[in-house]
Design a protein around this ligand. Structure first.
Ligand SMILES: Cc1cc2nc3c(=O)[nH]c(=O)nc-3n(C[C@H](O)[C@H](O)[C@H](O)COP(=O)(O)OP(=O)(O)OC[C@H]3O[C@@H](n4cnc5c(N)ncnc54)[C@H](O)[C@@H]3O)c2cc1C
Length: 381
């Protein structure tokens, strides 16, 4: 029992650990291998009431704080990145709607996300613009009581299973980041179709695909927040979700270290278990130190959000948490595979999967170069 946890947090974690060991662990390698969205896992998370954890009670969720949600994600990501990814993909559109939605939008979409009736996706990136959000080309023009959207979104995770996609488009094409708006686009809107599904190196259970918008009609009532205020909505949503990415990174790193320690205790070389070699012990110590440091940073960021704190300092800490924890996850996953020797390089052992899964976290929700820019700006602004 961890004395820093409340009874409720401990109870939730006990439940999650049991679920992970019994239901998730046996599926983890298979999900990666098959590269098919694991509907059974989605239904498992739904049945356990985990989808709506961080959604306020008034919209049908459990109203858990971000800190506790991070604890749960960490626990799941130790064993299965894809399962944690499904939870992240409930959180990302949810936090955007919480951030900017009107009462009717919150009531409709959050309630359905919490119950698992709806799944969502979040679309800023395009083939020609990712980090540079002001450079997107998708256009939205108001005609009568509908916006007409035209453009192409790329790498949109969960879009193949989503019931709605939050799409960012230009409503004032000459105004850079001041000309962006956000829309809740229902999947069956006329003019929306899913294009190429990407063949990713990791996170294979949660597909990322192109979203094509051709004269796609979106009711004016599905504008999220105010017209031309989309950039701020995206930035505030990223702030809410970056600690969540961090928690998944901490979990992945801890899972990789656990595998490495377990292996080192069983593998013999030169007449000894390799865990007795100081060279291996120093690697284990370094990995553990980095993981603990990123855990503290991620939970600090989550606590700041839970307390409603804002400002440059908070944004800086949140980016530090995302950047540091995901860089650590990448390093630790590689070092863990090193400890397994050749077995770390083959698919019969889980270690190589952790490397492939870790990589995307340095890219998504703002690349780690972009995080470093945000951190620097938070210090020198
Ligand atoms: C697995 C996966 C899932 C994804 N899911 C989604 C999703 O659901 N929705 C969505 O909208 N997008 C999604 N993306 C896209 C992701 O958000 C973008 O890849 C990311 O924002 C970077 O954009 P880019 O790939 O266009 O790279 P670019 O912006 O072209 O950057 C290329 C390189 O240049 C660097 N760079 C760019 N600008 C600067 C700068 N000013 N200073 C220093 N370096 C810089 C970047 O850090 C990067 O290393 C996903 C990507 C992946 C890999």
């Amino acid at each position: 029992m961890d004395s820093t946890l409340t009874d409720e947090q401990q109870m939730i974690l006990d439940m999650v650990r049991k679920m992970v060991q019994q239901k998730v662990l046996p599926r983890a390698a298979q999900i990666d291998e098959e590269a098919i969205y694991p509907e059974d896992i989605f239904q498992l998370l739904r049945g356990q009431g985990l989808l709506g954890m961080a959604i306020p009670k008034e919209y049908g969720g459990s109203g858990t704080d971000i800190y506790t949600f991070c604890l749960v994600l960490e626990e799941i990501a130790k064993v299965c990145y894809n399962t944690a990814y499904i939870l992240v993909m409930t959180y990302v559109p949810q936090s955007c709607i919480l951030e900017a939605g009107n009462e009717a939008q919150k009531e409709f979409y959050l309630r359905r996300l919490a119950s698992g009736e709806y799944r969502g996706a979040f679309a800023t990136t395009e083939p020609g613009a990712g980090s540079d959000l002001g450079g997107i080309r998708t256009r939205a023009v108001l005609k009568g009581d509908c916006y007409i959207l035209n453009g192409r979104k790329a790498f949109i995770t969960n879009s193949t299973v989503a019931d709605f996609i939050i799409v960012f488009a230009k409503t004032d094409p000459d105004a850079g980041t001041s000309g962006l708006s956000a829309f809740i686009v229902d999947k069956n809107s006329p003019g929306l179709c899913i294009g190429k599904i990407e063949n990713k190196m990791g996170g294979k259970g949660v597909p990322s695909a192109e979203v094509i918008l051709e004269d796609c009609e979106v009711p004016e009532s599905n504008l999220l927040g105010e017209e031309n205020k989309g950039f701020g909505i995206a930035m505030r949503s990223f702030n809410r979700s970056r600690p969540i990415i961090g928690a998944r990174a901490v979990g992945l790193a801890q899972g990789a270290l656990d595998i490495a320690i377990n292996y080192a205790k069983q593998r013999e070389a030169f007449g000894k278990m390799i865990v007795s070699f100081q060279g291996i012990q120093f690697m284990i110590a370094d990995m553990a130190m980095q993981i603990e440091a990123s855990r503290q940073l991620v939970y600090k960021a989550a606590s700041l959000l839970d307390r409603g704190e804002q400002g440059n300092h908070v944004t800086g800490i949140i980016s530090m948490a995302k950047c540091f924890s995901t860089d650590v996850a990448m390093r630790v996953a590689i070092d863990a595979a090193q400890i397994l020797g050749a077995y770390g390089y083959i698919k019969d052992f889980p270690s190589e999967r952790y490397i492939r899964d870790a990589k995307s976290m340095q890219i998504v929700e703002g690349t780690n170069q972009i995080q470093r820019i945000i951190i620097a700006n938070s210090l020198i602004a």
